[in-house]
Ligand binder design. Structure first.
Ligand SMILES: C[S@@+](CC[C@H](N)C(=O)[O-])C[C@H]1O[C@@H](n2cnc3c(N)ncnc32)[C@H](O)[C@@H]1O
Length: 213
């Protein structure tokens, strides 16, 4: 079965995520700004980059290389058009749940709302393997709601199809899984969203020499 993200036009996704009832696009952009502001990385990889949300916050006097990864080639095309001015922009079309991404490791990996969609198996290993020793990983997770709602109600039917592919990942699980790899939590933050939802962001530092698969 083909991945439901391939059937979601970027405009549907971005309109849904910025709607009054959802308000997640701006929140994700702010969290990315906070993470890179704290880490000031020379190189960045963004897993599940979609349309490049938040890339406007990159300070090109600090960051010289930005790698965007996504399985939807049309999203990557949009990023290429919108951010062609970013120096060192590399875009890779890859299914992070199935393939091992090949890239020169980066100082900072941003994984926002990607493990929920791509799973925390191969995608998690991909994230870890891309970070240079002593680098940073930021992860944004959607917190569980009392109602159990995951993907919010949407006027776009393509978005509704994503529900069956969404799994809630707990910050506690992530912290433990990273701790056994020697990653240290250096900062965490929560961001409240409409409909009782919320984001959690954890910022981790990688061990100076870490195990790669
Ligand atoms: C919810 S969006 C991510 C939001 C974005 N990171 C942000 O901060 O605004 C999920 C993105 O992950 C991509 N994606 C989903 N599953 C994937 C997979 N297995 N491999 C690569 N990209 C995937 C989707 O195409 C989509 O662009």
């Amino acid at each position: 079965m083909s991945n439901p993200w391939l059937a979601v036009p970027l405009s549907d996704y971005e309109q849904h995520m910025s709607s009054v009832e959802v308000q997640q696009l701006g929140a994700l952009s702010d969290l990315f700004a906070e993470a890179i502001g704290r880490c000031r990385p020379v190189s960045i990889a963004v897993l599940g980059i979609a349309g490049g949300n938040g890339l406007d916050h990159i300070d090109t006097s600090i960051t010289a290389r930005v790698v965007g990864l996504d399985l939807n080639p049309l999203y990557l095309e949009a990023v290429r058009k919108r951010y062609s001015h970013l120096p060192g922009l590399e875009l890779q079309c890859v299914d992070l749940a199935e393939q091992h991404a090949q890239l020169e490791p980066v100082q900072f990996v941003h994984a926002a709302l990607i493990f929920e969609h791509a799973g925390a198996g191969s995608c998690f290993e991909n994230a870890i393997s891309m970070i240079v020793p002593g680098g940073n990983l930021s992860v944004v997770l959607q917190l569980p709601t009392e109602s159990g709602q995951t993907v919010g109600a949407s006027q776009f039917s393509s978005i509704q199809n994503l529900k069956s592919h969404f799994s809630v990942i707990s910050p506690a699980w992530l912290r433990e899984s990273l701790a056994v790899r020697g990653f240290r939590l250096i900062h965490e933050t929560r961001h409240a969203l409409p409909a009782g939802k919320g984001f959690w962001m954890g910022l981790f530092s990688a061990p100076e020499a870490h195990h790669r698969k």
